[in-house]
Design a protein around this ligand. Sequence first.
Ligand SMILES: [Zn+2]
Length: 163
Amino acid sequence: MPNIHTTKSSYKAPSSIQGWSWLPYSSSSYLQTLDSAISLIDNNIKTNKSCNQAFKKLPSGRKFSDIWNDSSIWISLDPSNMKDKYGATLSNKHITLTAYTLKMGKWTTAATLIHELAHVGGALNTNTDAEDVLLKCLLRGLHDPNIIGGLINGKKNNSSYFC
Ligand SMILES: [Zn+2]
């Protein structure tokens, strides 16, 4: 599973950029929600065949379980509570999830985390690929057909997305 950025981590998180932050988890309630979302994915989704196949079709060609087991990936906290601001991924390994997402509970947190992991797997912001993996990863009820998202920094080649 991805690493969780806490105050005890020896992880150098990215600096804030374009209103997104990669802060450590210090609130136990956010950490509990994140732990529950991770358990949900670990117990029910990680080995799901259609989910693994959907990830394999993304540009990196890696199965979901391969990305899930990639120890270079870190999950941080963005304290934003703005409506419809869910998460971001910087340089294919630095994920941040907003307080808005975490307050919605473990299901939305799990869905957002899987969406961001699809960006780690190379899903672009110009189509709905990242959101569409939810249809194949047992989270159909949380799929939002309108989520396309955007690019951090406006650079097309730095693999950094928000949504
Ligand atoms: Zn996205």
